[in-house]
Design a binder for this molecule. Structure first.
Ligand SMILES: O=P(O)(O)O[C@H]1O[C@H](CO)[C@@H](O)[C@H]1O
Ligand SMILES: O=c1cc[nH]c(=O)[nH]1
Length: 232
């Protein structure tokens, strides 16, 4: 048991899928895992372990934002020996050619979060994906005939920005989409020398104003889960 997770040692697999939404974690476990068992209910942050094609795998919600995912990533790695942390999240598109329901692999995460400024005394740290997981995800998507896009994404501390137009600067520099956790996840994984990858599905577009419903965000983003499951 750690501060925020009530699982016993050995109850969490080496590979954990990490959606922000705990109900997406429940849906993933019930839809894709064989014999899922719930290992965490603390703070309603549901976590499950089961198997997929006979291999152990876990899924757990992270909550929203860098501080929340950083707490869970830290405890999963240091208390439970987790080696592969795969975020399966939703994101808002920053580019005309990145459409609703497109899947984006985050190669790196730019951010306005203060965590790394704090950590590195004002210098920049570039949080990047695990090459091994990234390569495996690209190969899996190819095999399954699932289209993906990959590149730099933006991890924001704000969902509701004061200046809506501010996204255009990032868009101009080729950043593909925005979400709220990846820079934190990649940094904690780097610190502990384990693997992390964020696989994102576009839920809305800042360019066109289109958006999916909350129900869709909870349960219908199957393509990214099908890729993530093969990374165990
Ligand atoms: O769908 P999830 O994984 O929660 O990800 C995105 O959705 C939340 C905002 O609605 C933030 O957590 C953002 O990163
Ligand atoms: O963080 C997020 C997630 C989805 N869409 C956004 O605009 N922001």
């Amino acid at each position: 048991m750690s501060v925020h997770i009530e699982a016993k040692k050995g109850e969490i697999a080496e590979t954990v899928l990490l959606p922000g939404d705990p109900l997406r974690a429940k849906w993933i476990a019930e839809t894709f895992f064989e014999n899922p068992i719930c290992f965490n209910k603390i703070r309603g942050m549901l976590g499950f372990t089961g198997t997929y094609k006979g291999k152990p795998i876990s899924v757990m919600g992270t909550g929203m934002g860098v501080p929340s995912i950083s707490i869970y990533a830290h405890e999963l790695i240091t208390e439970y020996g987790v080696k592969n942390l795969i975020r399966v999240g939703s994101a808002g598109s920053y580019q005309t050619e990145i459409k609703i329901r497109d899947i984006v692999l985050a190669m790196a995460a730019s951010s306005n979060s203060g965590i790394n400024e704090l950590r590195f005394g004002g210098a920049d740290f570039a949080p990047t994906a695990s090459f091994e997981l990234f390569q495996k995800a690209v190969e899996t998507a190819k095999t399954k005939n699932i289209k993906i896009k990959a590149g730099n994404i933006f991890t924001s501390d704000e969902f509701y920005a004061d200046d809506f137009e501010s996204y255009k600067k990032w868009s101009k520099f080729g950043v593909l989409c925005v979400e709220m956790e990846t820079a934190g996840l990649y940094t904690i994984a780097a610190k502990h020398n384990v693997n992390a990858l964020s696989i994102l599905t576009i839920s809305d577009s800042l360019v066109t104003g289109e958006r999916t419903t909350s129900a869709e965000r909870e349960t219908t983003f199957k393509g990214m889960i099908e890729i993530a499951l093969e990374l165990a």
